[in-house]
Design a protein around this ligand. Structure first.
Ligand code: SAM
Length: 241
């Protein structure tokens, strides 16, 4: 896929997020369906506790009150709100243009220990070896190409302090049709932001992690929501740099 196609894909995200920004509840529901502002932030606590703070991860974090965390693709800030309570400082990177709204949500919830970073969709504007923990949830499945996922894995390796950990959710390809290892927007020809545009078999994810020199600690396929029975469209990996 050409760079300009990927740029169009990012622009689609920006426009759709901006067009949902008139009402707070609609804005938050755009990123993960919820019935109200309070419900969105409540689900943020559940998702952060259940999907990100995995037992395999906890011994790798260090003393969280002295640690920083970074979210790739923070959306409306529902997970940043949760992570800000656990960590000393939280960073979020995203490509959309409604950062003021997210800052207002967080400030109205008495969150001050955060920094929002404007990303180009492929790289992260933070120094080498500067962050203690990185997480990403329902974002990497929306990337337009596998190359961009590889770029983010490289960034995770670069930015994490040596030996520190990340918990990353990646679009899950549940079947193996004629040896297909992954599907990206090229092969699916979809054009909507809320569709899953990048799905990988877990084996393919493992190969990419190795290439990025990230060490796999644990992986799995979680339920979509803690209180539901059905599986989500992602698998997760816990890795160290
Ligand atoms: C479904 S929302 C999830 C937001 C948040 N992680 C959550 O769980 O509430 C996906 C977010 O990923 C962002 N996003 C999409 N492509 C991205 C990219 N290439 N780099 C960074 N963020 C991206 C979108 O702007 C959007 O905010």
């Amino acid at each position: 896929m050409t760079n300009s196609k990927s740029e169009e894909h990012f622009d689609d995200w920006r426009k759709k997020i901006d067009s949902s920004s008139q009402k707070d509840a609609d804005f938050l529901s755009y990123f993960d369906t919820s019935g109200s502002v309070e419900e969105a932030f409540c689900q943020g606590y559940w998702d952060f506790a259940h999907h990100i703070l995995k037992d395999d991860l906890l011994p790798l974090i260090g003393e969280p009150f002295n640690c920083s965390a970074l979210e790739i693709g923070f959306g409306g800030g529902r997970l940043l709100n949760a992570s800000s309570r656990f960590f000393n400082h939280v960073y979020g990177v995203d490509i959309h243009e409604n950062f003021d709204k997210v800052s207002e949500f967080l400030a109205s919830r008495d969150v001050e220990n955060f920094t929002l970073l404007k990303g180009d969709g492929k790289t992260i504007p933070l120094e080498d070896n500067s962050v203690d923990f990185i997480y990403s949830f329902i974002v990497l499945q929306h990337l337009p190409t596998i190359d961009i996922l590889e770029s983010y894995l490289h960034e995770v390796k670069r930015i994490l302090k040596p030996g520190k950990a990340a918990c990353l959710y990646i679009g899950h390809l549940p079947f193996n049709l004629h040896g297909i290892k992954y599907l990206d927007i090229n092969t699916r020809k979809v054009d909507t932001t809320r569709e899953n545009t990048l799905l990988l078999r877990p084996q393919t994810t493992k190969k990419l992690l190795k290439k990025a020199e990230l060490h796999l600690v644990a992986s799995g396929r979680p339920r979509k929501k803690p209180w539901r029975q059905d599986l989500g469209a992602q698998h997760y990996v816990i890795v160290t740099a």
